[in-house]
Design a protein around this ligand. Structure first.
Ligand code: F6R
Length: 234
């Protein structure tokens, strides 16, 4: 893992943006994307460029089960609003959480991933070390599947909903093995609330108890932190 630490989330985002732009300029074909608050500024910077991405396909990590793609809380909606509607991507894929048979959707999505091997995967992490919606204890061999959200993840995500009861209990997520097959991973983590998970990811042995720690096994993972997220590192 290549760990880079910056004074502020803005400086960290600028470093991530420079990497993404460099890859876009040198033939990147498929980019893996995350939602959440961490990459928002990165997407803002990207959508304010006039970069031609007509040769680039995007695949997102996850989506809540039960939300229509047009639901303002859905990750489909988030991606359209934050990025897709501004840029001319060749194709954009986000799991559909509103289908009748979510298991089938997982299979369909895994096929999409096989046809579009990810060159660069953008990742955020949960305060419990989750990546995508792969919660602690998820097998490192997992492919796209339905995940039950833990109480702590529902708690962390309730800020995006009016009431806690509205936070879905399940999500479709790329599995850890699907995520790990990206040629390069760019993990962003900002703020004190991530510091403990960042420490486990980097300083502790690799364990399914901290899904993000699997990045130690990836041959090309860049971890971009602000100083608060890095504050518990040895
Ligand atoms: C979102 C995702 C999640 C988030 C994580 C951090 O697509 O896969 O793993 O990256 O929950 O969320 P924020 O950035 O809101 O702290």
């Amino acid at each position: 893992m290549n760990v880079l630490i910056f004074e502020s989330p803005d400086e960290a985002t600028k470093a991530a943006f420079d990497i993404v732009m460099q890859r876009l300029e040198t033939g990147l074909q498929t980019m893996g994307l995350a939602t959440g608050s961490t990459p928002l500024k990165l997407y803002e910077k990207l959508r304010n460029t006039d970069t031609d991405v007509s040769h680039v396909t995007t695949v997102n990590l996850d989506e809540y089960v039960g939300l229509e793609p047009t639901d303002p809380q859905s990750y489909n909606y988030y991606m359209n609003e934050e990025l897709f509607k501004y840029m001319n991507f060749a194709a954009t894929y986000v799991p559909n959480g509103a289908v009748e048979d979510p298991e089938k959707e997982c299979e369909r999505y895994e096929e999409i991933l096989k046809k579009n091997p990810v060159d660069l995967q953008i990742l955020g992490m949960g305060p419990n070390g989750h990546i995508g919606f792969n919660e602690p204890g998820t097998s490192f061999d997992s492919v796209t599947h339905i995940a039950e959200l833990t109480a702590s993840t529902r708690e962390a995500n309730k800020r995006f909903f009016e009431k806690e009861e509205q936070v879905p209990t399940k999500a479709i997520t790329m599995g850890i093995s699907s995520i790990l097959s990206a040629k390069e991973v760019l993990m962003l983590a900002f703020g004190e609330s991530k510091a403990e998970a960042v420490r486990s990811m980097i300083d502790e042995p690799v364990t399914e108890g901290c899904p993000a720690s699997v990045l130690q096994n990836h041959s090309n993972a860049v971890i971009i932190l602000d100083k608060e997220a890095a504050s518990k590192l040895e």
